[in-house]
Design a protein around this ligand. Sequence first.
Ligand SMILES: [Zn+2]
Length: 266
Amino acid sequence: MEVSIIFLVVFVIIVLQGPLLKCYNFLYEKRQYKLFLGQETVYHAIVSQHLKYYNRLNQENQHKFLFRTYLFKKAKKFHYIEVEESADMPILISATAVQLTLGLDKYQFNFFRDIYVLKHDYHYGFYSRPFEGHVDHSGIYLSWDKFMKGLRGDTPNCNMGLHEMGHALAYVNFISQTEEDKHFKKEWTNFSKVARPIFESMRQGAKNLLDDYAGTNYQEFWAVSVEVFFENPVRMRHEMPELYSAMTTLLRQDPITIANIRKLAA
Ligand SMILES: [Zn+2]
């Protein structure tokens, strides 16, 4: 008798696990939404001052962009290393991740709880050249001065924040497989049909709009493509139309016609 009761309880827990989790997430977001509304003005002031991309969204999508930014920031622990913390830092870093994933359903990068903000370039592992940022199992690392240079558009085609978020997006989908976006994963195969031959040609020495660094390996090709896609979309569409088109499909957004982005889930 007891065994059958235990079996029944376990069975019920297994069956209800999915719906209960959904219900919890729904209630959590509802509560967070109320808290977010009290801070929306602050978020808008910071993000609109620095993100050209955000300013081109329509009002409805700006609202959803900021709510995603709020949830992303809330889920992360930010560490400041030899750099003075300021209120805009975690908001702008979160907003950069949200920009990349605005057309996707999954945007939290939940594998990464920790984000490390460093003042300048830094040395990592056994590499001799300094790093501007990197992503590994322990977190997302960004140098603040390079991050801001990317936001200001100081260097053409470069946006280090978007570059690292590109790595993080690939990481949660393909390495940790902890936050797989169905559309992104499915469409990656089609993206690679276009992207791989371009990458291989760069390995053979071909030059194009992408920085030579894209030829280092396929992950860097992806991260550099993300930067150019957002920083120089008109030229990318003109000079690399197939790659541009594949990225608009993969990310479900077109930076040239950004105001028309599809309706977001959250
Ligand atoms: Zn990289």
